[in-house]
Structures are given as C-alpha cells and as structure tokens.
Design a protein around this ligand. Structure first.
Ligand code: HEC
Ligand code: HEC
Ligand code: HEC
Ligand code: HEC
Ligand code: HEC
Length: 197
C-alpha cells in the first residue's frame, strides 16, 4: 500500500496553483517536519524514498509511520488517522501542497542527482510544523535557476542538508560541479520542450 493523495475529493478540486507562496493546508494528521526532520534529525529520504530514483518524491506509506508509532505514542489522539489507515489498509488522505499544472513536466531525480538540494525549492522544511509552499514555482522562477544553475549546485552528499553552506566560494564550487554533472548548456536549459513535452 503506497502513500497517496486524495484525488477527486473536495480538497483537491481547487487546484493549488503555482505562485501560492505560503499555502499550507490543514492535514488529517498534525505531522510535524520540525519534529521529525528537525529535532529528531531524520533524513528526508527515510520517508521520501523515491526522490532520487523517480520523478515523484511521494508521501510515505502508513507502514513507515508505524515503524515507530506502533510503540511510540501508540495511543496518541493525534495518530488516530494513522492507526485507522493501518487497520483498513486505506492510505492517509494527505492534502497536496505543491502542485504544478499538468502541462509542465517536472522530475525530482533529475534535480537531486545533479546537485540541487531540497531546500532550494522547498525552503527550511525542517523548521515547519506544517508544510507550506516556500517558493513561487512559476515559469520565471524555474528559468532563473536554469539560466545560472551554478549558483545553486552543491555536492551530492549535501542534497538533503537544510543548513548547508559552501566551504569555498560558491562560484568556484558551482562551476566545477556544473562540469562534473555535465549540466546542459543554457540554450538547452531554457528550451521550451524541456518542461513542456
Ligand atoms: C517521518 C517521515 C518524513 C520525513 C523524515 C520527511 N517528510 Fe516530508 N512529508 C512527510 C509526510 C507524511 C508528508 C505529507 C503531509 C504533510 O504535507 O505534512 C510530507 C510532505 C512533504 C512535502 C510537501 C508535499 C506536498 O504535498 O507538496 C515536502 C516538500 C516535504 N515533505 C519535504 C521534506 C523534506 C525536504 C524533508 C527532509 C528535510 C522531509 N520532507 C522529511 C513525511 C516525512
Ligand atoms: C523514526 C521514528 C519515527 C517515525 C518513522 C515517525 N515518527 Fe512520528 N514521532 C516520533 C517521535 C520520537 C515522536 C515524539 C514522541 C514524543 O513526543 O514523545 C513523534 C511524534 C509524532 C506525532 C505527535 C504525537 C503526539 O501525541 O504528540 C505525530 C502526529 C507523528 N509523530 C506522526 C508521524 C507520522 C504521520 C509518521 C509517518 C509519516 C511518523 N510520525 C513517523 C518518531 C517517529
Ligand atoms: C528544483 C526544485 C525542487 C527540488 C530540488 C526538490 N523539489 Fe520537491 N517538488 C518540487 C516541485 C515543483 C513539486 C511539485 C511537483 C508537481 O506538482 O508535479 C515538488 C513536490 C514535492 C513533493 C510532493 C510529492 C511529489 O513528488 O509531487 C514532495 C514530498 C517533495 N517535493 C519532496 C522533496 C524532497 C524530499 C526533496 C529533496 C530530496 C525535493 N523535494 C527536492 C520542486 C523541487
Ligand atoms: C535551483 C535550480 C533549479 C530550479 C529552481 C529548477 N531547476 Fe530544473 N534543473 C536544474 C538542474 C541543475 C537540472 C539538470 C540539468 C542537466 O542535467 O543538464 C535541471 C533539469 C530539469 C529538467 C530536465 C529533466 C530531465 O529529465 O532531463 C526539467 C524538465 C526541469 N529541470 C524542470 C524544472 C521546472 C519545471 C522547474 C520549476 C518548477 C525547475 N526545473 C526548477 C536546476 C533547477
Ligand atoms: C524550466 C522549465 C520551463 C521552461 C524551459 C519553459 N517553461 Fe513555460 N512554464 C513552466 C512552468 C512551471 C509553468 C507554470 C507556471 C506559470 O504559469 O508560471 C509554465 C507556463 C507556461 C505557459 C502558460 C502560462 C499561463 O499563464 O498559463 C506558457 C504559454 C508557457 N509556459 C510557454 C513556454 C514557452 C513558449 C517556453 C520556451 C520559450 C517555455 N514555456 C519554457 C516552466 C517552463
């Protein structure tokens, strides 16, 4: 049973469009990234384990939560929807926060395997009690990085590190990583067919 979002339900119909910076819908479980990814220091990939291999980062299945919550806070009221999901086999109905229009192609693995960290697009998730959209996700926003990716590239070991700061000049590191990862030239990075296929 995989983690999924509610589709076709009321909450999903109003397409949370791009440019909605700060959009932070209420979730069926008050899951806190500030606690799990921040205080407890869990790596993003423990839960979003498809992010390096596929286009989607995906929300975790209930089993991932139950690895701990069978024992930890096993009776908590805040975890009722998680225990129900575990019992029925139906996924928790998480509400989507980020959602590009369907005519835009996006791929997580293409970014996180080329030195673009989660924080560049999602902000300090490790400080969020409730996830909110940190960046505009407009075409102009995508293109501003695609024109100068070297400003944002980091070593692959630092992809999920929220407080990474480059040890030397970013211009030097970025230029060398751009070569190492064989990043496309600017005309290809801004070609319409890259994102509109
Ligand atoms: C313990 C599991 C867990 C960990 C660790 C975790 N997440 Fe999540 N994440 C979730 C769950 C569950 C949701 C769906 C509920 C929500 O939005 O809070 C989610 C939602 C998200 C979303 C919003 C998805 C949407 O609907 O658009 C982003 C972005 C995200 N996580 C990024 C991260 C990043 C970055 C890290 C590491 C700093 C991380 N997560 C660590 C479980 C986790
Ligand atoms: C690696 C272990 C671990 C995993 C996996 C994990 N949690 Fe937690 N969670 C904790 C710990 C530790 C606490 C804090 C318990 C405390 O305050 O005593 C916690 C607290 C919580 C709370 C607050 C409970 C309360 O009564 O205050 C919620 C809600 C929660 N987690 C949801 C989730 C969800 C949803 C998932 C799956 C997406 C998840 N957790 C995965 C370890 C985990
Ligand atoms: C280059 C920008 C970018 C980077 C880097 C990035 N994301 Fe995302 N993320 C997005 C966009 C854009 C969406 C919305 C995708 C859509 O609607 O199709 C998204 C959606 C998500 C979602 C919702 C599920 C999904 O796949 O649509 C999760 C969870 C998530 N990201 C987690 C992460 C984690 C964890 C990392 C780092 C390992 C990360 N993201 C890195 C831009 C990014
Ligand atoms: C912070 C920098 C950054 C941001 C923001 C960003 N990208 Fe990228 N994008 C990159 C890099 C770096 C690559 C890798 C290019 C390569 O491998 O040649 C890439 C590659 C891609 C690819 C090629 C994927 C493939 O399969 O080859 C697509 C499509 C794409 N990005 C779409 C988007 C969209 C859509 C957005 C906005 C929602 C976005 N990107 C935002 C840096 C970024
Ligand atoms: C790096 C990814 C990327 C590239 C390259 C790109 N776009 Fe887009 N485009 C987007 C995203 C994301 C959106 C949706 C968000 C928005 O409307 O700003 C979008 C939206 C659009 C829209 C709809 C605007 C609207 O108001 O609904 C049109 C038309 C469009 N793009 C045309 C183009 C053309 C023409 C090119 C080439 C010159 C191009 N795009 C190159 C990412 C890209």
């Amino acid at each position: 049973m995989g983690g999924t979002y509610v589709i076709g339900m009321g909450v999903y119909i109003a397409h949370p469009t791009t440019q909605r910076v700060g959009y932070a819908p209420t979730q069926p479980v008050p899951f806190s990234h500030a606690l799990h990814a921040g205080e407890l220091g869990m790596d993003c990939r423990y839960c979003h384990n498809t992010v390096e291999d596929s286009a989607q980062a995906s929300v975790p299945p209930t089993q991932t939560c139950m690895n701990c919550h069978t024992n930890i806070r096993g009776q908590s009221e805040k975890l009722i929807a998680v225990r129900e999901s575990y019992g029925t086999g139906l996924p928790v109905e998480w509400v989507r926060v980020h959602d590009l229009p369907d005519f835009v192609y996006f791929n997580h693995s293409a970014h996180v395997n080329r030195g673009v960290g989660c924080v560049s697009c999602h902000g300090r998730i490790d400080k969020m009690e409730r996830v909110n959209q940190d960046q505009p996700l407009t075409m102009g926003w995508c293109l501003s990085c695609h024109r100068e990716p070297e400003k944002s590239l980091r070593p692959l070991t630092e992809i999920t590190k929220m407080d990474y700061v480059p040890l030397e000049d970013q211009a030097v590191i970025g230029a060398s990583l751009k070569k190492e990862f064989k990043i496309r030239e600017r005309d290809k990075m801004t070609d319409c067919s890259l994102c509109h296929r």
